[in-house]
Ligand binder design. Sequence first.
Ligand code: ATP
Ligand code: MG
Length: 263
Amino acid sequence: MIEVAGLRIVLPPSVVAVDGVDLAIQPGEFVVILGRSGAGKTTFLRALNRLVEPTAGSVRVAGRAVTGAGAAELRAARRQIGMIFQQFNLVRRASVLDNVLAGRLGYVAPLPSLVGRVPPADRALALECLGRVGLGHLAGRRADTLSGGEQQRVAIARALAQAPSVILADEPTASLDPALTTEIMGILKAINVERRLTLVVSQHQLETALAYATRIVGFRRGRVGFDGPPSAVTPAVVDAIYGGEEGNPPRVPLDKRDNKEAK
Ligand SMILES: Nc1ncnc2c1ncn2[C@@H]1O[C@H](COP(=O)(O)OP(=O)(O)OP(=O)(O)O)[C@@H](O)[C@H]1O
Ligand SMILES: [Mg+2]
């Protein structure tokens, strides 16, 4: 479903954010990307739909070339890729339903409303996606009147309305409290199982990652340092992903850390 080969991304002036990543992700996998701050998780995810331009290497998603694609080809590839962000990225002044329809139409909702100007089938699908995240009753509300957890559910509905093959989520729960983290990850997991959608999600919380992923990919300094099932994530693996560097402390629970770090 996702094929990444020799991916390298150098950001200006000369930061090597992704340093030679090869990764093949099969349909229906729920991959969680772990890594310290600055390890390259966001840059990697954004490269999968070319929101960041790779310096070298190739990306294919659902059989389509992302790298090297012309404008029309890239649009077609992006239609298969739903994206969810930490800050939700809704059009704040538009209605919930318009935000979801925007996903359906592949562009950001302009004001005034899209409702009434889209085919009934699109509207029905958008409402169904809202229902899937439990927010059918809020279709007419302005997006900026919703709580954070609700906004992220709208963002999930928007991604679903695209009928994508893949959903990418960059720290989708980092702005939410623990109860909402469980709720959002639970919705993503249910979608993954029901629709066999392929998910690639970056996460800071190790325990959350282990609870939902079918596969963990640990990034370290732009490279894949670990790739395996949650059951293979031992304390030594955690240390290999997070440990041994000065600077930002790892944002993982202390009880999961090697003792030398906790002291
Ligand atoms: N726009 C940019 N210009 C230059 N360097 C950047 C840019 N964005 C990120 N970087 C650098 O690229 C490296 C990887 O950053 P990235 O944001 O991908 O890490 P991350 O793993 O997502 O971190 P976090 O956990 O803090 O979100 C870092 O060294 C960062 O400083
Ligand atoms: Mg990031």
